[in-house]
Design a protein around this ligand. Structure first.
Ligand SMILES: [Cu+2]
Length: 367
């Protein structure tokens, strides 16, 4: 039986594990591999010079949101191990930790839970008018300069320009708290992965769209979890578009807001938790299919102005997900072909979450 990587709660990391994790991230920054993630995330929703009128939609507002980010996390974990080995000269057993934002939250505005924001790990909240982070390993300075380079063939990225890390915890008056267990439980109860028209408006009461939006009880686990609609048919979204996954980006604020959000290293701990929660949903019933199936036609959605045609290329069960579509990447060279169908079972990819996957991890002798 193959071993499984054990992904743990960041709160359970030893100080040695925190140090090694941070050092490997800083090493990736030096070699340019860290900024590959910023670039790839920008490119996933940005415009090429060849087609400047159309935003890519590889990874958000669409069904591949969860499989695409799963592959991104797996690549990051692999690159992190390479960086750790570069530093120690030994094989690496580092894994990506998750930030359980449901259980490490506080309703009190200025109480931040857990050691995640310690100077020896992710570093603290920002301060001042723009939320500049001035302590910790990722503080403003030459060691952590944010990147906005979308790579060759892309339009210049102009959505953000600040060169140092910024955070503004809970500063948005509508998002002064993190998601709750009740909200996640309601999302987890949706049994259908995604539904037509497969965009960020699935499950929203149809036109004229109420403001705030109202849930129309169309099953789309993906859209509710991504955070574009509320979780109850009786609820309105207050505010709109900021539930679950989205809410965490907005709550952290600063660099976690724009398309370049992997500039904040907490992005990876957040998305590791998103991946863990998807794995919980999948484990509830592994026979639930990923949707759309192959051959599903493009949809039309008048709400999705200006792109009323929802192009499903890259989102069907067996479509290659860019950039994992065989292209030649400027940094990584020829990319493997990865489809949603390749990543639906996280255990088959070689990792499990602790303690969620306790039984599977124990079965292969991972303590
Ligand atoms: Cu993303």
């Amino acid at each position: 039986v193959a071993a499984l990587r054990k992904r743990i709660n960041q709160a359970d990391m030893s100080s040695d594990e925190r140090d090694r994790y941070v050092n490997a991230v800083l090493q990736m920054k030096k070699t340019g591999y860290y900024d590959w993630y910023v670039r790839t995330h920008i490119d996933s929703m940005w415009m090429t010079t060849a087609n400047p009128g159309t935003m890519n939609m590889w990874a958000h507002h669409r069904p591949a949101f969860l499989p695409w980010h799963r592959q991104l996390m797996l690549d990051f974990e692999n690159d992190l191990r390479t960086a750790d080995t570069q530093l120690t000269g030994k094989p690496s057993d580092l894994t990506l930790p998750y930030w359980d934002w449901i259980n490490y939250r506080s309703k009190k505005k200025f109480l931040w839970w857990g050691r995640i924001w310690g100077d020896n790990f992710m570093g603290p909240n920002g301060s001042g008018a723009d939320g500049k982070v001035t302590d910790g390993k990722f503080q403003a300075g030459p060691g952590w300069v944010l990147s906005y380079d979308p790579g060759p063939g892309y339009m210049p990225f102009t959505q953000a320009t600040v060169t140092y890390l910024t955070r503004q915890f809970g500063q948005d008056p509508n998002v002064d708290s993190l998601p709750t267990q009740e909200q996640w439980d309601a999302a987890r109860n949706l049994t259908v992965y995604d539904s037509a028209p497969w965009d960020r408006w699935v499950g929203v009461q149809p036109a004229p769209v109420p403001n705030p939006v109202k849930f129309a009880h169309i099953d789309s686990f993906r859209n509710v979890f991504e955070g574009w609609v509320p979780y109850y048919d009786s609820a309105t979204a207050l505010p709109v578009n900021t539930n679950l996954h989205n809410r965490v980006h907005v709550w952290v604020g600063g660099a976690m807001g724009p398309m370049s959000s992997p500039n904040d290293p907490v992005f990876f701990l957040h998305h590791c938790n998103v991946d863990r929660l998807w794995a919980q949903w999948w484990s509830d019933d592994p026979s639930r299919p990923y949707l759309p199936k192959d051959g599903e036609p493009n949809a039309t959605d008048p709400n999705n102005d200006p792109d009323t045609t929802i192009d499903l290329q890259g989102h069907h069960l067996n479509d290659p997900m860019p950039p994992w579509d065989g292209r030649n990447d400027p940094l990584k060279g020829p990319m493997p072909v990865i489809r949603p169908s390749d990543v639906l079972n996280h255990l088959a990819l070689g990792y499990g979450y602790w303690p969620d996957d306790k039984v599977s991890l124990s079965a292969v002798g991972v303590p």
